[in-house]
Design a protein around this ligand. Sequence first.
Ligand code: GUN
Ligand code: ZN
Length: 634
Amino acid sequence: MFELRDRDGFGRLGRLTTPHGLVETPALLPVVHPDPGRQGIPPGELFDRFGVRMAITSSYLLYRDPGLRARAEELGLHRFLGFPGALMTDSGAFQQHSEGTVAVTPEEILRFQSRVGSDVATVLDIFGEPQDPWDRARFAVEETLRRAREARELRSGSLLAVPVQGGLHPDLRARSARESAPWSDIQAVGGIVPLLERYRFRELVQVLAAVRPHLAPEKPVHLFGVGHPMLFALGALWGGDLFDSASYHKFALRDTLLFPEGSLPLSEVQEEVCGCALCREVPLNELSRRPVEERQLHLARHNLDQCLREIARVRQAIRDGTLWELAERRAGGHPALYEALEATHAAGPLFLPVEPYSRRTFRFVSPLSLSRPALLRWTRGLERYGRERSPRHRIRARPLSPEALQSAPPLGPEGPEDPTLWVVPTALGEVPLELTEVYPIGPSLLPAAPRGEPGSPPAAPPGPDEASLRAEAWTRRHVAGLVEWVWGRELRERLAKERLRPVHSRATGRLRRVLKDGVSVLEVGLDGLPHLTFQGGTFLRARLPYPTGRVVASEEASAFVAEGRSLFSRHVREADPQLVPGSPVLVVDASDRLLAVGRALLASTEMARWQRGPAVRVSAHAPPPGSEGPDTSK
Ligand code: GUN
Ligand code: ZN
């Protein structure tokens, strides 16, 4: 019922199947009041004009009004509200927070949600307040879990959302996330509205950091009350799939405009700062003179439009691999949000298992950019790479084309005999010359490197024979460096004895592929990183200790994968724990026979968890039996 289509950070582009249609996520579920007299934008308009495919309403407010309740029971929720899309219902825990009590039993409100045909029913949780001491927060967690187990039996027809509580206690948050997962179709992070209302965004991030590693990676995550558009990128980065909020309506009642950059009171607007279709119809300057009801309805529409536009940008950013950039841009909206993003970057190690192999570009947008997980992985990689190699010499950057390398400093033969590291100063620190085309350094938009001491003076220009020897030695080091970067030092040392032939692009001079006995084994992408051909897979399988680089397919799936089909998540038996989304992968069967090569779509921690969708996209597969291709295993 939930399918992954793309990802960035913990953010996912997903597809949620409900009894009332497909919902593309991340999605904003506008809050609809169950009383038509208090609705603002009519639910039918949300669907028809704004394209909203999922909304949320309060089953409790509906239930406690006998007149409304009777009509909803008669018509069913969708006809009662006049909304044909998917509907989630909340349970009344929020009223426990705002009114102090809730006058319904957990059983009764759950049965009611199913009875009126809610697509997603919510367990009546105990709302945990941020100031709750540990014991009280533990009670909220345990009682909510007890109700969740009970609800699993009671609900019929609806998917079940189970709130995660635990206040500001990381251990309780973790436990709530972990133990509620088996009972949940959707895991809903609750008890955060008081943080949102007071702009306590750093603590929000602390809650998300406590929760995220313990949520089921294959289930959608709802963030209760996240409705200001400046928070969507941050929320999605932490893995929020569904957001709900009445903000678009509530801010309108306060004559305030929402933008992803922040909020703006209408009274302060002197210029036509919004060009949305709605604000073009009624210019903002004129709006303030309109009667209150008309004005606020207009503001609600503008606000909803801004929210939906921002959610669309978040989805686009997930596709483009630019979600960190978007979140960093939005952090300028408020110092509290900047702090929250700082805390997010500081939680980088949590993101490493899902941090992709590469992206199209690394774009600097703020000083925070330099502490993205991409750079944390890079720095850790460099520490391993540079381990015992000293001394270091600084040199000027140059393209790694054979032509440019002719004038690079002379190198000894590839192998442990040559300890020298030639490094280039960049904004991201010193980088070995042979790694300067690798993501995140190669495809990057960065400020200039800080001025340090100049590099070593250029070596005396070599004669023609010497020049081509230098270019060859450097190219061998380039290939060896890429191999070590991805598969480790041991493989590099093994390959030092192999006869590999690098091929450069005639047009750009870039390293394009590496041949072994005339057959391509590695293809170098625009990310500067190696990708596997099937022959490359054969070659590496014989040289990498199990389970490095591998994903093991189930017996049922092996034949399909050997024909070139994707390996589905539920057919994964085992995976190298180092694999991240985008990693080159050897797909093998249980006896380590190579079936195919491809790219991981999931982190190894997620493989076998998703019930739907692929874990590895296969790019090349075993030749059919009898048509022996070249043997690259030797
Ligand atoms: N709406 C906002 N916060 C919450 C919460 O913690 N639980 C429920 N059920 N609804 C909410
Ligand atoms: Zn507008």
